[in-house]
Design a protein around this ligand. Structure first.
Ligand SMILES: [Fe+2]
Ligand SMILES: [Fe+2]
Length: 311
């Protein structure tokens, strides 16, 4: 009797479930934004995702402002990274257009939802600028960055997508959902994003497990190196955005920070953002499960990166 080979990644997800859930939770941008405004008397993100409470050179009002500026930039960074996910997932869908219709439809919805998320975040950024009355700088170059990401192996692109999808959910569920002191509209943005990301994370897992079966261990190990390299590029983008956040805070508060104050704000918000955009994804139990199943050296490499980013 033939014994079926054990899959490299075991999971219980199906495209049918993802498609059914996607249809059930689907929303339009107006459902969230129409007639709504941000309440600038409140913070937008919990301290875990901004680190403002650790900054000694700012008073409470300034900390709230910086928190809001970082919330706006958080939306921008999501719209930014979703730029590479859309073509990557569309390509996966086009891989077998006359094959499994359920898979095709689930993947096409996945790509369309990401485009919708980008539009939601861009609209929220416009609304933020109008409410604040000051334009806040946001890093440019999303198409160039998407090109760099897509120059890597398919597995690396899907793994990076998976890291992002899982941390999106963790941020909302563990840090935003129960924090009623935060602005209601901002929490809604993250809640509506999360309900669709929940399906994306599962579809990533499905795609990664299908692809893994076609790759050698060496190819899978290399994909981890590529993800780490891309993580380094993301860290550089975060540093650029942190510089812009400080410029925006100067404009909004009318203060000019000394070099030492700028350094303090940079160090403390960078530590929080490294956790937010890198560590919380790399350490996510589901990401750890994927990396551990795909490779032998990956978990050790990821652990080293996490340690360096958490220093
Ligand atoms: Fe998204
Ligand atoms: Fe997504």
């Amino acid at each position: 009797m033939a014994v079926e080979a054990k899959p490299i990644i075991s999971h219980s997800y199906t495209y049918q479930d993802c498609l059914d859930n996607s249809k059930r939770v689907s929303w339009k941008e107006d459902d969230i934004l129409a007639g709504k405004n941000f309440d600038f008397s409140k913070r937008f993100l919990p301290n875990k995702l901004t680190g403002v409470d650790e900054i000694e050179c700012l008073n409470d009002d300034e900390k709230r402002r910086l928190n809001q500026i970082m919330g706006n930039a958080y939306c921008h960074i999501f719209a930014f990274v979703e730029e590479f996910i859309i073509p990557a997932i569309t390509e996966e869908a086009l891989d077998d257009v006359y094959g499994d219709e359920v898979k095709l439809r689930a993947l096409l919805r996945f790509a369309e939802e990401e485009l919708k998320h980008q539009q939601l975040f861009r609209r929220s950024i416009d609304l933020f600028g109008q409410g604040l009355g000051t334009e806040c700088g946001l890093i440019p170059g999303r198409e160039e960055v998407a090109k760099v990401v897509r120059s890597k192996s398919k597995l690396a692109v899907l793994l990076l997508t998976s890291v992002i999808e899982w941390f999106t959910q963790l941020h909302y569920i563990e840090h935003v959902r129960d924090d009623s002191d935060l602005d209601g509209l901002f929490r809604d943005l993250l809640r509506f994003h999360w309900v669709e990301e929940a399906q994306h994370a599962k579809q990533d897992m499905l795609l990664i497990s299908e692809l893994a079966e076609k790759l050698t261990l060496e190819e899978r190990e290399t994909a981890i190196d590529e993800v780490i390299e891309l993580g380094g590029a993301i860290d550089g983008l975060l540093a650029q955005q942190i510089g812009l956040n400080i410029e925006a805070l100067e404009k909004v508060t009318g203060r000019t920070f000394t070099a030492a104050e700028k350094e303090e704000i940079t160090t403390k918000t960078q530590r929080a953002w490294r956790w937010t955009f890198l560590v919380s994804g790399l350490e996510h139990p589901n990401v750890a499960k994927i990396v551990g199943a795909l490779t032998t050296e990956g978990p050790g490499k990821i652990k080293d990166v996490v340690e360096a980013l958490s220093a």
